[in-house]
Design a protein around this ligand. Structure first.
Ligand SMILES: *Cc1c(COP(=O)(O)O)cnc(C)c1O
Length: 237
C-alpha cells in the first residue's frame, strides 16, 4: 500500500471512530483533502484511491490543478478554502464548485456576478472569525445575519453554512470551544426569522483540520479539511 493510500484509510478510520464515539454517522462527515502545495499527480493518486473532494488555498495553483485534471472534472468536487483577492475572484468563480472563505459582501457579489450561467450556483460558506484578535480573516459573528441575508438573495450563489480556522491549540477543550461556538452560530442562523429558509440549505459546518478533527466532529462538523494527515508535510516555496 502506498503512503497516500495508507494515510487516506487512517484518516477515514479516525473520522469513523470520532463519529461513532459521539453517536454520529461517519457518512454525515465529508472528507475534504487539502491538496495545496501538492501536485496534480498527487491529487490524481488520491482520486484513484476513492477520494473525490479536494480543497485548494491559492488561486493560481488551484486553477492550474483543476485544468491539469480536466479529464476528471466531472468526478471531482473542487473547494476553494483560501483567502480571496478581488482581482482573482473570477478564476475561482469559473473553476471551483465550492468556496468556504467568503469574508465580505463585496467578494460574494463578485462571485455572483462572475459565476458562469452554464454552471450550477457556486456553493458557499461564510468564514467566521471566532477566535477574534489574532487572526484577521473571517467576519465577526455579529455581522453574520446581515451578510447571510444578502448572499441568500444572490441567484448564482447557494449559501450552505459556516467555516472557521481557529487558532491552533493542542488543548482539546479549547479546540472544542471554538468548534462549539461555530456550531451555535449556525444554529442561530438556521433559526433566524429574517432569512428565507425556503431557499437556503444551511447544512454545512466546515471545521476541523489534521490535528483537531476529533474535537470538530464531536461538535458537529459536517466537513473536515485535512491536508498534512493525507499528503504529508508541506514545504512552502
Ligand atoms: C491548509 C489548510 C487546511 C489543512 O490543514 P492541515 O493541518 O494540513 O490538515 C485546512 N483548512 C485550511 C483553510 C487550510 O488553509
Amino acid at each position: 500500500m502506498s503512503a497516500l493510500q495508507n494515510n487516506l484509510s487512517a484518516i477515514k478510520e479516525r473520522i469513523h471512530q470520532a463519529a461513532t464515539a459521539c453517536g454520529r454517522s461517519a457518512q454525515d462527515i465529508k472528507l475534504l483533502a487539502v491538496s495545496k502545495t501538492f501536485s496534480a499527480e498527487d491529487v490524481r493518486d488520491a482520486f484513484s484511491f476513492g477520494q473525490k473532494y479536494f480543497g485548494e488555498n491559492y488561486v493560481q495553483e488551484g486553477v492550474a490543478k483543476v485544468l491539469e485534471l480536466k479529464d476528471l472534472r466531472s468526478s471531482i468536487e473542487w473547494h476553494f478554502i483560501g483567502p480571496i483577492q478581488s482581482n482573482k475572484s473570477k478564476d475561482v468563480a469559473e473553476n471551483f464548485d465550492w468556496v468556504h472563505s467568503i469574508d465580505r459582501i463585496k467578494i460574494a457579489q463578485r462571485f455572483n456576478d462572475q459565476r458562469p450561467s452554464h454552471l450550477p450556483p457556486l456553493e458557499v460558506c461564510v468564514q467566521v472569525n471566532i477566535s477574534d484578535e489574532m487572526s484577521k480573516s473571517g467576519i465577526q459573528p455579529d455581522e453574520l445575519v446581515d451578510i447571510c441575508q444578502k448572499i441568500s438573495a444572490m441567484p448564482h450563489l447557494r449559501l450552505r453554512g459556516l467555516m472557521s480556522i481557529p487558532e491552533p491549540t493542542e488543548d482539546v477543550q479549547n479546540q472544542k470551544k471554538s468548534h462549539h461556538h461555530l456550531r451555535e452560530l449556525l444554529i442561530k442562523l438556521q433559526q433566524s426569522t429574517v432569512l428565507d429558509h425556503q431557499k437556503l440549505q444551511l447544512d454545512t459546518l466546515s471545521m476541523g483540520m489534521s490535528s483537531d478533527i476529533e474535537a470538530a466532529i464531536t461538535e458537529g462538523s459536517t466537513m473536515v479539511r485535512v491536508g498534512t494527515a493525507i499528503f504529508g508535510k508541506r514545504t512552502y516555496l
